[in-house]
Design a protein around this ligand. Structure first.
Ligand code: GLY
Length: 367
């Protein structure tokens, strides 16, 4: 088992990564002093696959659990399911010192984390991420949120978990599409700050996607290590943390344009967004043209979407997509910030982006 620490002083916590963690949950949580009962929130898909293992993993340490099973899918990150969750936790008499468990992907982690942030002005929660995307990104760092009709993740709070348990065995139950979508976020770490990791992925990611457990553990660990270090330096995204949004400005506009539907999964949007960010960077003379070509070649190697034309169905034009980017949380006083790159592993934040080039790159990517 690999162990990382997110160094946040009084709010520091461990990320444990390895196989078979679910079955040991009670023992792994023992340092948190759990009471004899925990409240678990999950979704329909995950419940069928993993809830019994979690129950057994808690029972082995004498801990009972109650569970709330929500519908699967992005639509669950909404006020109705949020208020249902908070009311259910109150009905379970969850107290200030108790632990709530979020068992699921990014939707469950974000919603339950936000519920834990406001319940009795803050209770502790454990993230047990069951998707690759959640293991390498959303379960770490304390960003919690639900969506608004005005955009994604616009209602939320920073609330750090007390522990993250990333059981790599659960990745074996993901569909190929979900695994690859999560891979978009893994690749992002190499592109934003670690060229050696990107080179490792170029060599090893196909075997990792095919099921190589040791490579999966390394990829999750390296991703979490990078995220933990960035979060420790910039918890509330005053600066450096924004680098984790490489590809996301494009991605959020594409997700809004496709109605947050199955047409485009978040990680697929991140993959396309990374390719576009590197293309814009190259056209602005920030990096060499070889860099976007290398990103696109790797996405092709992995069978991931790389262009707007890979998204099924019609999309709005470049003008509308740029307008949708205006709802991004990286807009500061009306100025849209982008994450651009000086090379692979060298991302930086800037508002100095030529929107004419952005338009052109979006148009070319769509046709
Ligand atoms: N997913 C980006 C962040 O946690 O900052």
């Amino acid at each position: 088992m690999e162990k990382l620490r997110v160094e946040l002083g009084a709010r520091a916590y461990d990320i444990l990564i390895g196989p078979g963690l679910l079955e040991q949950t009670g023992a792994l949580m023992s340092g948190l002093g759990p009471s004899g009962r925990v409240a678990v929130v999950t979704d329909e898909n995950v419940a069928g696959l993993h809830l019994n293992n979690l129950r057994a993993g808690l029972a082995a340490s004498g801990i009972e659990m109650e569970s709330l099973v929500l519908p699967a899918g992005e639509a669950t990150k909404s006020w109705p399911h949020f208020s249902r969750t908070v009311d259910w936790l109150l009905a379970q008499k969850v107290e200030r010192g108790d632990l709530v468990i979020a068992l699921g992907g990014g939707v469950i982690g974000d919603l339950v984390g936000f519920a834990a942030a406001v319940l009795r002005r803050g209770v502790r929660y454990v993230q047990i991420p069951t998707s690759l995307l959640a293991q390498v990104d959303s379960s770490v760092g304390g960003k919690t949120a639900i969506n608004s009709e005005h955009g994604k993740n616009l209602i939320g709070a920073f609330h750090q978990p007390a522990l993250v348990l990333a059981d790599v065995d659960v990745l074996g139950t993901l569909t190929e599409r979900d695994f690859l979508a999560g891979y978009g976020e893994v690749m992002k770490y190499g592109l934003l700050g670690d060229a050696d990791f990107f080179a490792w992925l170029e060599k090893n990611a196909p075997a990792m996607a095919a099921g190589d457990q040791a490579k999966r553990i390394y990829a999750v660990k390296r991703s979490c290590e990078m995220k933990a270090a960035i979060v420790a330096r910039d918890e509330t995204e005053q600066g450096e943390r924004a680098l984790l949004n490489l590809g996301h400005t494009f991605c959020h506009a594409l997700e809004a344009a496709t109605g947050y539907s199955d047409r485009l999964l978040h990680g697929e949007g991140v993959a396309i967004g990374c390719a576009l960010a590197f293309e814009v960077s190259a056209r602005m003379g920030l990096c060499s043209q070889e860099d976007p070509s290398r990103v696109r070649a790797h996405l092709a190697q992995m069978g991931l979407k790389r262009d707007l034309r890979d998204i099924p169905g019609d999309l709005p034009g470049a003008e509308k997509l740029v307008e949708l980017m205006g709802q991004d949380k990286k807009v500061v006083r009306g100025t849209l910030n982008f994450i651009m790159a000086r090379g692979i592993g060298e991302a930086f934040v800037t508002s100095d982006v030529d929107l004419g080039i952005v338009h052109k790159v979006l148009e070319e990517s769509a046709t």
